[in-house]
Design a protein around this ligand. Structure first.
Ligand code: BGC
Length: 272
């Protein structure tokens, strides 16, 4: 990870990253810690992965804690926020990152698979963002830390605009998230809260291992990526630091596609 290139643009701010113990979430947690933020790493079940990341961040001179919660459960989310806010007095940044896939052909998809993906990817972001906004409004702007009262980053996907056969629950959750993010941004902008999305393309993480783990699979995947490389979690980590920092003040209600051009309809380079 390229921590040496990260400036301390989040010094003293307090961030919560849901789904922070692996994949994209872990890279964001690490990048934000290297940018000077105290980082609460939320995890569902893998406490040792979360603790390892805490140790790695502390080893690199940062500050972090691990916190368990199922972010699709209202009470668990409220408890998590209460605990982080008690520990660090407040919260400045929420990265609503936790997300899952439960893929199935449409006619085979169970109601359980549908509900589970919506519960984590969409309802979970609602529950977390609501707690974050409540805290941002309670505290207001602290100019020494940031010119905003708070920032929310909604982790979405290129599949908030690219339809995805075999994944209708996932694509529907991300499409819903796009309007959730924009509507919330509209509602709280006058309160100095910025809400934005990041939509990663194919990033090398456990969620899509089958898409890159063999050379054949990776070659197929690269046909969808004009920039001709699979993304690295730190590609998202660096984007998230910037989007949470005052360097991106005046940006709200926007989605940053960090996808090596996946949303550029690569099939049309020659076709059409
Ligand atoms: C999915 C990955 C997929 C990528 C690009 C992400 O949102 O979680 O499984 O590789 O989109 O299709």
């Amino acid at each position: 990870m390229m921590s040496q290139t990260i400036e301390k643009v989040l010094q003293g701010q307090r961030a919560l990253v849901t789904g922070g113990s692996s994949g994209i979430g872990a890279a964001i947690a690490y990048a934000m810690a290297m940018a000077g933020a105290k980082v609460a790493i939320n995890y569902l079940s893998d406490s040792s992965a979360a603790q390892n990341l805490v140790n790695k961040i502390k080893g690199a001179g940062g500050e972090a804690l691990a916190i368990q919660a199922d972010i699709s459960q209202e009470q668990a989310v409220e408890n998590m926020f209460q605990s982080v806010i008690q520990t660090w007095d407040s919260l400045d940044i929420l990265v609503a990152n936790a997300g899952i896939q439960q893929d199935a052909a449409f006619t085979e998809m169970t109601l359980e698979q549908w509900n589970k993906v919506l519960a984590v990817n969409l309802t979970g972001q609602f529950l977390c963002a609501r707690e974050a906004v409540r805290e941002f409004l309670r505290r207001g702007v602290v100019p020494e830390l940031s010119c905003t009262a708070g920032k929310i980053i909604c982790m979405s996907s290129v599949h908030d605009v690219i339809p995805w056969a075999g994944h209708v629950n996932y694509a529907a959750s991300k499409g819903g998230l796009l309007m959730f993010m924009k509507s919330l941004a509209q509602e709280v902008a006058h309160q100095k809260i910025r809400v934005n999305g990041i939509s990663p393309g194919a990033i090398r993480t456990p969620i899509n291992r089958t898409a890159w783990e063999t050379p054949e699979a990776e070659a197929e995947l690269l046909k969808l990526i004009p920039y001709q490389r699979v993304g690295d979690p730190m590609d998202i980590g660096r984007a998230a630091v910037w989007l949470a920092s005052d360097a991106s003040d005046y940006i709200t209600g926007t989605t940053l596609y960090v996808d090596g051009g996946m949303t550029l309809y690569p099939g049309f380079r020659e076709g059409g």
